[in-house]
Every structure is written in C-alpha cells, then in structure tokens.
Design a binder for this molecule. Structure first.
Ligand SMILES: Cc1ncc(COP(=O)(O)O)c(C=O)c1O
Ligand SMILES: N[C@@H](CCOP(=O)(O)O)C(=O)O
Length: 420
C-alpha cells in the first residue's frame, strides 16, 4: 500500500521512534529514522521524509489556542512561539454571491505574526533546530519564509541567513528580514537557484535548512487544515468540500493533505469528508499545473519563471512528490491564472475588507476560473486560503489600488475638489 494513499493504515512505530512515538519515514522506500538524533532532511535514497506518529489524535484531543492547540498532532507540546495561528475565517458575502456557491469562506493566513502562514511552520521548525543544537538557520526565499525565519530565529536568539532572488522580493518582506537581524544575501538567480545553494550549504553542515523541504516545517503548516475544518464547522455546521490554495513550493498542499490523511487514519474524519485540494499557480510559473493537467507523476522544472505574484515565482516545487498525490487522492485539480486575474482578485478581496498580497489572491482567481468552467459546482462549500498580508507587497497593492489625489491644504480647497 502506497504510504501516501488516503487508504493507508495508521503506521506502526519502528524501533527508532522517540519516547513520544515520533519518527521520520521516507515517503517512497519507507525507511525510518530517529527524529532528533541527527540533522537530516531527506532519506538516504534521496526521497522526501515525513514525520510520523504512533498516536494520531482526534478532534477531542485539541485544546487551547493557535498552532499549539494541535500539539497532539505535533512533535512537541510547545515551540518557539510569537504566538501564531488562530487566523480568521472570513465570510465574503459579495464574492459568495458572485461565485454562486453554497458557502465561500476566506482563511486569512496573512494575520499570522509576520503576516504569512510560514509562522506555523517556523514555530515547529525552529523548536526542532533547538533540539538538534544547530548553530545557524538558513533558507532560500521569495520573501515570506525569510521574514518568518528571521523573526523566529531572533526570538530563539539564533543566527539566521537568508538567500533571496535579487530584485524579485517584495519590499515589506526584505524589510522584515533586515529588521529582525538576518544576514541577507541577494543572489543573482531565481528562488530555485537560491534553494539549490541553501541545500548545498545544509548538506555540508554550514546551516540548518528551514525551507519546507524540512519535514518539520510541514508539521506546523498542517494546523491550517485543522483550523479550517474546526472553524468551518463552527461557522457553517459542516466541513468544506474544497480548499483552493496558491501553490509555489507546494508545501501547504503537502501539509494539508498530510493533515487530512492523519485524521482519516485516526478515525476523526471520514474519507468522503476530506476536502478536495485545488491548487492555483500563476501562468508564468505553473509546473504543478502542467503536471496535474498532463497526469504526470513528476514535475518538470521550469527554469524561466515570471509573475507579479513574486511569492509563487517558483519553477521547481520541491514538495511535488507529496503534493501531487494529495491533489490526485482528494479528487482535486490545479489551474493557472494570469497576473491580471490575480490583481482583479486582490482588488475584489480588498473590497470585502480582506487585504492580501498578490500570490494569496490567486486562490480567488483560480476558484473563479474553475467555477466558470463548471469544475467547482454550485452546491459546494469552498474555503479559499489566502497566504500573505497586503502590506507584504506595498508596491503591488498601490499599483492595484486607486491613485491618491493631490489637493490644496485648505478646507475650502478640499471642498471644491470633492465637488468636482
Ligand atoms: C504568500 C504566499 N503564498 C503562497 C505560497 C506558496 O506556498 P507553498 O510553497 O506552500 O506552495 C508562498 C510561498 O511559497 C507564499 O509566500
Ligand atoms: N514563498 C516561499 C518560497 C519558499 O517556500 P518554502 O515553504 O519552501 O520555504 C517564501 O516565502 O520564500
């Protein structure tokens, strides 16, 4: 049985599991590793690892608030916390009417402490770094990962190094990394090149890698799925049928699927209740969409990527081997949208009071397209995941919004201007 199948039974703990019943397992060959005895990102066979648990929780096991409400589904009771999670699930009545679906909600991950979902991964990942006793944290980033790592690294008093594609990271995100004290390297290359370099540094022991290739990052990001399920039930009385999310390195797609797979394994969620995972990419950076639409098991690396949604300007999604099965097994799909469709969606979300950065708006743009095509049906309950705050990319927001008007510095002058 494929360990990433929704029918896979709950795993049994191998001898290498720690006292809390946690271990790392290869998603392909199944080899198991002790979780914190050594620094390890991938299996000896080269494939991706995921954290596994001897005891999988049900909803009754969750208590408290934020990410650590879900500690029963995580490798620790608490992490390096700012705190994170507990983000709003907004109603968006105008958009719900426009799309003509049973229910539409927006899970606004931009309301995390550093303004993006990455905080959920870092609260766990930096805690693991402490456990391992590593010296220096590092990541490649289109911006948000670096902002989060810098903040959580600062909180943990750890040295942080971030590699950014020169000229391709939104201003707010560079400012965050800078003020939180990270050392920032601007690389002559795109995000995928930065990640190649950081992986090399990590392999040689120069730094501890905290991109989503690190399996513990995704453990924290699983809590997005848990919160969506719980809050949708609180608000609407039922789980969502579908979650639509922007896809870059495909970490969230992988994390949400793992969240649902574990709930099915613990008996907390019926297989039929697993939301359909629906990924959205920008047309200029859509290797996952290509793989899904062509029915491929592997993703072709795109060397040239371009989009206004710089957060998802990614051509080699490293979590594809975990994310593609998630889309397939949940009956989902993936769709590409244009930059203009993204900007329109950003404006429309803002028009409901929900301020998001361009990559986040891709989820609405994709849902719109799939509803027009009849893929999303009228009877569906849909959750849109918006991943980063509007202020992350002030230039994109200003370009999408209305121009300020110049007026004289007198009340009369302002009145006259308003009367025009
Ligand atoms: C704002 C934002 N949205 C979406 C994504 C894509 O998420 P993922 O890499 O988990 O697919 C990223 C980063 O990749 C991001 O920063
Ligand atoms: N959008 C991301 C890209 C890196 O993704 P990660 O989840 O693998 O760290 C960013 O903000 O850098």
């Amino acid at each position: 049985m494929d360990s990433l199948s929704l029918d896979a039974p709950a795993p049994e703990a191998p001898a290498v599991a720690n006292d809390n019943g946690v271990w790392l397992a290869c998603i392909e060959c199944g080899d198991a590793y002790a979780p914190f005895d050594e620094v390890r990102y991938t299996c000896d066979c080269g494939c991706l690892l995921e954290a596994r648990y001897a005891d999988l929780p049900t909803f009754e096991d969750f208590e408290g608030r934020g990410v650590w409400r879900y500690s029963a589904a995580l490798p620790f009771d608490v992490g390096v916390t700012l705190p994170e999670g507990d983000t709003p699930l907004h109603r968006v009545p105008d958009l719900e009417d426009e799309l003509g679906v049973e229910a539409l909600r927006v899970k606004h991950e931009g309301m995390n402490p550093t303004g993006a979902f990455k905080d959920r991964g870092m609260t766990v990942g930096v805690r693991v770094a402490q456990e391992l006793g590593v010296g220096r944290l590092a990541c490649a980033s289109t911006g948000n990962t670096s902002a989060a790592l810098s903040a959580y690294g600062a909180r943990a008093n750890m040295e942080t190094l971030v590699l950014l594609p020169a000229g391709k990271v939104a201003a707010g995100k560079v400012a965050q990394a800078s003020l939180h004290g990270a050392r920032i390297l601007e690389v002559d290359g795109n995000f995928d090149t930065c990640l190649d370099i950081v992986q090399d540094l990590a392999e040689s022991g120069d730094a501890y890698l905290l991109n989503s290739l690190n399996p513990f990052r995704l453990e924290g990001q699983k809590t997005i799925g848990l919160e969506i399920l719980e809050r949708f039930v609180d608000d609407y009385g039922a789980f969502p049928d579908r979650i639509v999310l922007p896809v870059g390195n495909a970490g969230n797609t992988a994390a949400l699927y793992k969240c649902f797979r574990e709930l099915v394994q613990s008996g907390a969620l019926a297989k039929d209740d697993v939301p359909t995972l629906t990924g959205v990419q920008a047309e200029g950076a859509a290797p996952m969409v290509e793989a899904v639409q062509e029915g491929n098991d592997e993703v072709r690396r795109w060397d040239d990527v371009e989009t206004r949604a710089t957060a998802i300007r990614i051509g080699n999604p490293v979590n594809a081997p975990k994310a593609l099965p998630g889309i397939r097994e949940t009956g989902g799909t993936a769709v590409a949208v244009s930059d203009d469709e993204i900007t329109r969606a950003q404006r429309d979300l803002a028009g409901e009071g929900v301020g998001v950065e361009p990559a986040s708006a891709a989820s609405l743009a994709g849902a719109r397209k799939l509803r027009d095509e009849g893929v999303i049906e009228a009877g569906e309950r849909v959750a849109l995941l918006t991943t980063g705050h509007l202020l992350k990319d002030p230039d994109a927001a200003a370009a999408a919004g209305a121009e300020p008007e110049s007026v004289p510095g007198t009340t009369e002058g302002v009145r006259e201007h308003l009367a025009d």
